[in-house]
Design a protein around this ligand. Sequence first.
Ligand SMILES: [Zn+2]
Length: 475
Amino acid sequence: MIPLAPKAAENAKNGIIDIPHLSLLRFIQPEDLVKSFREKFDHDPVGVSLPIVSPDGLLFPVEGTGDPLSPFAQPRVSGLTDFFDVVRAFAAMGLEIYLILEPSLKFTNAFPLYIRDVFGDHQSQLCIYNPGSRDLLKSIIITVIYKCLEVCAEIRRGCIKGVVLDLSDILPLSAENDRMALNCFCPACESWWAENAAPSAPLQRFRDFPSPWNLVLKQTRTGGIAYIENIQWDTTPHEIEGLTRQRGWDQTFNGIFGDNATVLLSYMRRRHEQIISVVQDLFDSVLCGLDDFKIRRILLIEGVDYCWTSGLFLGRLHEEKSIDELWYDPWLGPGARIERDQQLTRLKPYRTYLWRRARYFIDSFFEGYAGVVTGYRSSTDAVLTNMLVSRARQTIISSIASKTTLSTLLPLMISKDGTGKAGRIGYVSPILDNNFFFKAIQEAIRLRAGLSGDELIAKQMKNESDISKSGANGE
Ligand SMILES: [Zn+2]
């Protein structure tokens, strides 16, 4: 019998509460959230990560943008009147503050910046490679950092610890009749591919059928995409073909693979490089001149070898100098994970994100939620409630936030001051339960009912096609 308790207790140190959406603070006081975390893990959290945008709008005004404020920009508990009051409240409790950005900005009305799939169809979320998108994202991050530094200076210096990019779903997948429609191939991305793609892997190869993607992606009967994710940077074409045969997907090619695996690997590596160039540019730009504050550059991603919806190889990230820390889930399970983690993190510290697929399902719930609270989704209350309940259920069953999970992880590699140069330095956990989702869904229907008939019609006429399209992807 493995003595779980002592290891779980040790591993439960250095936790961070993740607040994925400010709707949480409609129902729970910041102090009570900390209390819930303490009851769950028997330790106080050392920090909190706060969203700096919401799928339903901005959380504070950003100069130069005409985008709407989220209905949740005013938290409505404990007399907190705006986002920076929330920062002040958590900083005053002695918590480190992490500012987390989900960069899709689905609320923004900027058609030229939207992602486009390989067939040219757009979806209403930003292509983060597009320079215009990056300017917008930089404006949001710079606005929040400088204001937060001002707020925290009143309390104590150094409480802004990190900027986190949530890259869980920046490149959604979809398919029709097994024809893969991957993102992004907008004009800006096409230019990048024209300059950077290997001559042997022209983009045109992905506009054919079967395409190299069919080796590792397969449309499911419910319309989603099954994928092979255990592909590493140095996986060989021969190994890819083996994985394809193992899944029984070789029939698409009648057993003749040609050079498809070589072209596929070239695509994956170039895509990783493209996304990393964006990450580097964003961090360099927004943290320029702030070295003294030691704000960490953090990526939140899925804990798989290759993540199709972020375009990144996890194993490659430990070499990236533009990143200080990684947050990812332990999805492969402790046995498979330990050896890999030990290899991966010789150079880079990481925290375990206690939710399967990291933020993927959580973000999906709040993306659907945004469509309801803002009135962009048109349907009956019953249909909308069912959609939210279904996504809430998927989110809840994906939780691995428990002391038992912590007990299976590698020991913490931290010094007495709570920092670490490599290895696992802590964990991040949302505090989301049935009670929260119940109240949040009630609140969504209530907020929607508060919109006037004219507002609803105007919003639905403008966005119906976009929302229905993006809602069908990546699930
Ligand atoms: Zn693009």
